[in-house]
Design a protein around this ligand. Structure first.
Ligand code: DHB
Ligand code: FE
Length: 280
């Protein structure tokens, strides 16, 4: 059967992708960020997933105000990367896993979550930057990826509890897929940041680190944090963190922390990163 044993969490700052693509990753400013992922790149080589379910948000590149799905699952065979305004990133397109994605769609929808299904969609930095951080600059990504887009750009956004529950439904779906697959689930975005308005540049390291503690130790309680608290404490874009609860919901209650990293600054945000393993 398919199995989720590990989850990965990371920020998706677009400037990190640009730094890597432009060969600036060894410059002092960026080296401090990339050094936090050295363990992770090696760990991924030793624990190569067969499939990644990658929870991320589009930033008005594929979707627009014309169409705002709360949760959209990529069921296609391939996903092209977006041109976000300065040309496409020099990274491979993303191969999907239509068979597992169709199974997840069936199981999760019957379980009460009315997902939007996307046979065709482009994926932006929200998905490609986490892949770059964890895998570097390969010719091809090492495994298929099932994108799960969450609307955190245009209100209303989903609640923490809904995200945690969706993660649990995804876990039930994966557990019932009749192929031996090592499936990783990733939660991406965050940490605290605000890109506009009078509070642009806001970073709240104390709140971020509490979020990391609570994600590991008390996800149920963390899921009760209101969207207003995310905005107040972590800035208008800090709400991206609600996506991490989907990945956490797909894990056991008891987990071990294999890696934890937190660093300020990277562009306008704090970078946070965790790798969790089910205790079994
Ligand atoms: C930045 C961070 C983001 O999450 C994003 O989507 C765009 C920009 C930033 O820090 O600049
Ligand atoms: Fe973002």
């Amino acid at each position: 059967m398919a199995k989720i044993k590990h989850s990965v969490y990371t920020s998706h700052v677009p400037a990190i992708g640009a730094a890597l693509d432009l060969g600036k990753d060894q410059e002092p400013y960026w080296k401090k960020v990339f050094d936090g992922y050295e363990f992770s790149k090696q760990w991924e080589k030793e624990n190569k997933p067969d499939v990644i379910i990658l929870v991320y948000n589009d930033h008005a590149n594929n979707f627009s105000l014309d169409l705002i799905p709360t949760f959209a699952l990529g069921t296609g065979a391939w996903f092209e990367t977006s041109d976000e305004g300065w040309g496409k990133r020099p990274v491979p397109d993303v191969e999907g896993h239509p068979e597992l994605a169709a199974h997840i769609a069936h199981s999760v929808i019957q379980d009460g979550f009315d997902l939007t299904l996307c046979n065709k969609m482009e994926v932006d930095h929200g998905l490609t930057v986490p892949l770059s951080l964890m895998f570097g600059q390969p010719e091809q990504w090492p495994c298929p990826v099932i994108p799960l887009h969450v609307n955190v750009v245009q209100y209303p956004v989903p609640s923490g509890q809904r995200c945690l529950d969706l993660g649990r439904a995804i876990r039930r779906a994966v557990d019932s897929f009749d192929q031996d697959l090592n499936v990783q689930i990733w939660g991406t975005g965050g940490m605290s940041h605000q890109l506009q308005g009078p509070r642009a540049g806001l970073i709240n390291a104390e709140w971020d680190n509490q979020f990391l503690d609570r994600l590991v130790e008390e996800p149920e309680e963390l899921a009760q944090v209101s969207h207003v608290e995310y905005v107040r404490e972590a800035g208008s874009e800090g709400i991206e963190l609600v996506m991490w609860l989907i990945a956490r919901g797909a894990m056991d209650a008891d987990v071990d922390v294999l890696h934890r990293f937190y660093h300020v600054p990277a562009s306008n945000t704090a970078v946070g990163h965790l790798i969790l393993e089910n205790k079994d």
